[in-house]
Design a protein around this ligand. Sequence first.
Ligand code: TRP
Length: 327
Amino acid sequence: MTRVFSGIKPTGPVQLGNLLGALRRWVADQDDADTVFCVVDLHALTVPQDPAELRTRTLELAQLLLAVGIDPDRSTLFVQSHVVEHSELSWILECTAAFGELRRMTQFKDKSEGADFVSAGLFTYPALMAADILLYDTDEVPVGDDQRQHVELARDLAIRFNHRYGDTFVVPKATFPAAGARVMDLQHPTRKMSKSEESPQGTILVLEPLDQVAKKIKRAVTDAETEVRYDPEAKPGVSNLLSILGACTGDDPAELAGRFTRYGDLKAATADAVVEVLRPIQQRYAELAADPAGTAAVLAKGADKARAVAGPVLERARANLGLLPRT
Ligand code: TRP
């Protein structure tokens, strides 16, 4: 069976774009792949974090993943720092990667430019991400476009290591969500829906009050025309609403356009559809949030399951490298 691995950072509230673009696909992947999902708390440390906040966010993100439908019986769901193998393989891969290769990562360039403190971890982050992926003999990594280069690097490192030290790692490949699942900011529909701090009215959070969700959609920016048509270039606002509605109902956005003659009706239908997607998630989340010990137990079991796969892979790498056996 195909092994799928993906990770998500506990650094901010999850928004509708993450849900429709990535998380719902993770849920669907459970039906036909061996899925491993990780809350990558170590990746959050590349920039300073408030300790109490990091702890809460990590637990809350795990609860949200459970609430959207990640099933710990069918998937391996765990917190990265609970499986120390990630840190150990990360070092080995830092020594496999070339300095120049890490320096070329566009995300590093973007995030370090103009920052007054750039941690060494921000620079070596892709080696940790490669470790996440390679520890599970991963075949496929579902990611957004912004992570394409990092998965390519994981692939290059696996190939290089195998070439130098003998067959050790499965060589992974990135997979990308189908077009249409890309959710844009409601107020600035030519840019991706991302951080709520940057555009609170343009961003829908998965856990925000549902009446507020509906309000934001009804106030979404459209254009001065009146025709409902799917045309992301010429009509980004209207097209974004159509893609969001389509992602919620499973319909094709261009086909949906034909059902509406007024922007107001499209907005109302989109608001209803989003609210109906979010409602059961919020209910389930509230139940999980009321039982943090229950989630902790689920995560402990997930870490055991993860270790059972990661441990032998790391041992393989250690042995091939010539590290003295621990026993
Ligand atoms: N770097 C990814 C992001 O910022 C998160 C991540 C960490 C990840 N490790 C991973 C994604 C492994 C896929 C596979 O979104």
